[in-house]
Structure formats: C-alpha cells, structure tokens
Design a protein around this ligand. Structure first.
Ligand SMILES: NC(=O)c1ccc[n+]([C@@H]2O[C@H](COP(=O)([O-])OP(=O)(O)OC[C@H]3O[C@@H](n4cnc5c(N)ncnc54)[C@H](O)[C@@H]3O)[C@@H](O)[C@H]2O)c1
Length: 269
C-alpha cells in the first residue's frame, strides 16, 4: 500500500482494463482511493477491480463504452450510488479500433467515418462524462478532471489525420473546463504521453520500432504505463491543488530537442 495520498477520495477511470488506465487504477487504489474501474468489456475490467480488492483496496468494475452517452450517465450515477462522491474523473479512453486506424492514414482518401468515430470516442466521450460528473463536483466544491491527450495534439503528423485532431480538440476542453469551473474549485488538466509501452502499441511492436522509439527519447529507456500513472496520481491528489488548465508532457524528453539533434549526433558519430 502507499502513503494515503488519495485517502477518502473516489475516482472514476475510463479504459481501465489495460495500459495507462489499468496502471493508474492500481496506483490510485494503493493510495487509498475508491476506484470505479470502467472499460468497454467487463471481462477486462473485473480482474483489475478484483486485484485491487484482493490487495485490500476499494474498487468496482463497470462496463462503459464512452461512445454511448447513456453508459456515461450510468457511470456517474453508479459512482455516486456506490461510493457517495466523485473526486477524480480520469478520461483516458481512446478509440483503439484497428479498422479506424487503418482508415485514418491517407489524407487524399480522408475517411469521414474514422474522423467521426475518433471525435465521438476520444473527445465527446470525455466531454459528456464531464457533463454528468460536474454537477456532483460543483456540489462538493471540489474535483479533479484529467484527460489523456497525446503528443500528436501538439505538432503536425504525416498519418493519423483525425486522431491528432481529436486530441488537439481535447486539449481545448481541458483549458475551457478549467477556465469555466476553476473558481468553483474544479481543476482540469491534461497529460500528454509520448510512446508508452501499452497493449495497443505492443500489438504492432517490432525490434526496428523499439530502436527507433528509443532513439527519440532523451532518457535511457522506453515509457511504461506507471510513468503516466505517476502524473495522474499527482493530478488526482491535493498535492496539485494549484494546477489547473495545464497540459503536461510525459515523454522521456522526446520533445525537448530541436529536430537538428539526430543530425548533429550522426555527424559527430
Ligand atoms: N501508449 C501510448 O504510447 C500513448 C501515447 C499517447 C497517448 N496515449 C493515450 O493514452 C490513453 C490510454 O492509452 P493506452 O495506450 O493505455 O491504451 P491501451 O493500449 O490500453 O488501449 C486502449 C484502451 O481504450 C479502450 N477503449 C477503446 N474504445 C473504447 C470505448 N469506446 N469506450 C471505453 N474504452 C474504450 C480499450 O478497451 C483499451 O482498454 C489513450 O487516450 C491514448 O490515446 C497513449
């Protein structure tokens, strides 16, 4: 167990059956939070909740597809019914459908369905979850909302033409919700991960990719879900009470150097 950094708090996490969401659910629970562990498939989130309970924590699994508004309303209602309050809403889900990804890579054949699906799941899902959670947070006079964005939201890409756009839209909501409700005690922040070893990445992983991604990093290793969980834990806790409307990059120094650096390294041998 941890140091009680989230003692007495209640957190909801979307896409908590794998990757960053699963790691964060375990870390939140270890610090004392009651966690609503949600995901598209109950069979992936139930073992996460069970493991938390086996370790003496408080957790409940719930099937939530963030693309379905009624699921999001049920998610908020369930948190209130089971835990009595909502302190943290971690909007972490992403459209991980490989078919959408396959249709999102050719601008000259821009796929409207891929665009709409990415916007609906990556943006609208989190926005509607906030719509239902905020009345409870406002009544409490406090709450922390966290979105998982992506480094694709910050710069141009040569693929994923609607994924990056959806994450950029999400950054806007982070700042807008922070501005709209900050004075009433609600904080909203975004995490911008860069290449974290999670299921969706490992599905198409190969040694060449590993070497290329390692080369991008200005640290000696690749990122793990817990590296993002550490920031999600800080943002959920009262330690981040003065943090609102910010977008935090956690990427092993991937964006800290100019594009000239690989060229210079090559030239210097
Ligand atoms: N892994 C990375 O390198 C990386 C980089 C940048 C951003 N991110 C972001 O981090 C977040 C978590 O990603 P991850 O890599 O841990 O994911 P992951 O590998 O665990 O897979 C995605 C998750 O999203 C869930 N999901 C897909 N559609 C859903 C829906 N409609 N409703 C609810 N859940 C749904 C899947 O079930 C799965 O659990 C995402 O928002 C992603 O965009 C990840």
């Amino acid at each position: 167990m941890g140091n009680g950094r989230l003692q007495g708090k209640v957190a909801i996490i979307t896409a908590a059956g794998s990757g960053i969401g699963r790691a964060t659910a375990q870390m939140y629970a270890a610090e004392g939070a009651g966690v609503l562990v949600t995901g598209r498939r109950l069979e992936t989130v139930e073992p996460v909740a069970q493991r938390i309970r086996d370790n003496g924590g408080r957790a409940l699994a719930l099937k939530v597809n963030v693309g379905i508004e009624s699921d999001l309303k049920t998610m908020i209602d369930t948190a209130i019914a089971e835990f009595g309050r909502i302190d943290v809403l971690f909007n972490n889900a992403v459209n991980s459908n490989p078919d959408t990804a396959a249709r999102d890579g050719d601008f000259l054949n821009f796929d409207v369905q891929a665009f709409n699906d990415n916007m609906r799941i990556n943006v609208l899902g989190g926005v509607l979850a906030c719509k239902y959670a905020l009345p409870h947070m406002l009544a409490q006079g406090e709450g922390s909302i966290i979105f998982t964005s992506s480094s694709s939201s910050l710069k141009g890409e040569v693929s994923m033409f609607s994924y990056g756009a959806s994450k950029a839209a999400l950054n806007w909501y982070v700042q807008t919700l922070a501005a709209t409700y900050g004075k009433q005690g609600i904080r909203c922040n975004g995490i911008i991960p860069g290449v974290i070893l999670t299921e969706s990445l490992l599905a198409w992983w190969n040694p060449a990719m590993e070497a290329a991604f390692l080369d991008l990093k200005n640290v000696p290793r690749l990122g793990q879900p817990e590296d993002i969980g550490q920031l999600a834990l800080f943002l959920a806790s009262d330690e981040s009470a003065f943090c609102n409307g910010s977008l935090y990059e956690v990427n092993g120094g991937m964006m800290c150097a100019t594009p000239m650096v690989p060229v210079v390294r090559e030239l210097l041998g």
